[in-house]
Design a protein around this ligand. Sequence first.
Ligand SMILES: O=C(Cc1ccccc1)Nn1cnc2ccccc21
Length: 322
Amino acid sequence: QDGSATAVPSDGVEYLVSTSVGGQSLNLDFDTGSADLWVFSSELPSSDLSGHSYYTSSDSSTFQSLSGYTWDISYADGSGASGNVGTDTVVIGGTTVEGQAVELAEKVSSTFVSDAADGLVGLAFSSINTVSPTPQSTFFENAQSSLDSPLFAAYLPNNADGAYDFGYTDDSKYSGDITYTDVDSSNGFWEYPSTSYKVGSTTHSQSGYTGISDTGTTLILMGDSAVTAYYDQVSGSSYDSSQGGYVFDCSADLPTLSISIGGNYATIPASLLNFGTASGSSCFGSLQSVGSGTQNIYGDVFFNAFYGVFDASGPSFGFATV
Ligand SMILES: O=C(Cc1ccccc1)Nn1cnc2ccccc21
């Protein structure tokens, strides 16, 4: 059944959604860049649990263990988690899935201990789910048949409560038309060609590049040529290894950044490209390097400016101005 769940900004780095797992409420990070639904659990060392809500399978009357099933995930930022697997009833907004694979954490890396999320809901394609011996379907894949339309949408306004809509698009959350492009899911991501960009009004090509729509990433991560082209237009900007990225004076005049999604540009306003104070009068850029490779990562900063529609029929990705 269709529904909408509120997404609350947390520490400026992620949006958390209150989710019921076996009747237990957890604040989970919805991540269109991965495909595992995993939770902090009673199986973790108690020192890892401080500040977190966690799932206790023995407290759920609907939990069923998947004997011998394990999971082990590593994210591109170097964080990771692992554990065992069962199924339970998961409720998000007005959408219920019974028998959802729930991955219980027995180990989590330190970044998760200090992060506010009590786990993640992966919303990429189950071809990249890490459960062994059998990859498990995502909440969205399991919910699809009960939705009016096989889609979900992310509404993540800057520094304000947002939402994830399941089964419908909500035209009170965007203006103008939704522009769609075909998605190539062969790598397991909501991925599409992204072969050019604009810094202000100057167009640059990045042939062979793709982009992924990734709500599990905070910033906009692009190849070094794009990052250099952008910060060359920001006087006084520099790469500060101690801050881990490009910084500039907080009073700097920033150009807009337009990214191509399929054949259409999405223009990120300059205000969103200042991520905020790094230290003193220097501010951290919302555009940073993805490192090597030709896959750009369009994270929450993109969704601060655009309502994003993830449509399984196609599949396709659509965006509209917030
Ligand atoms: O890992 C990344 C982005 C990233 C960071 C650094 C270099 C390259 C790419 N995002 N992400 C997407 N889902 C995540 C879940 C947990 C942690 C990070 C997650």
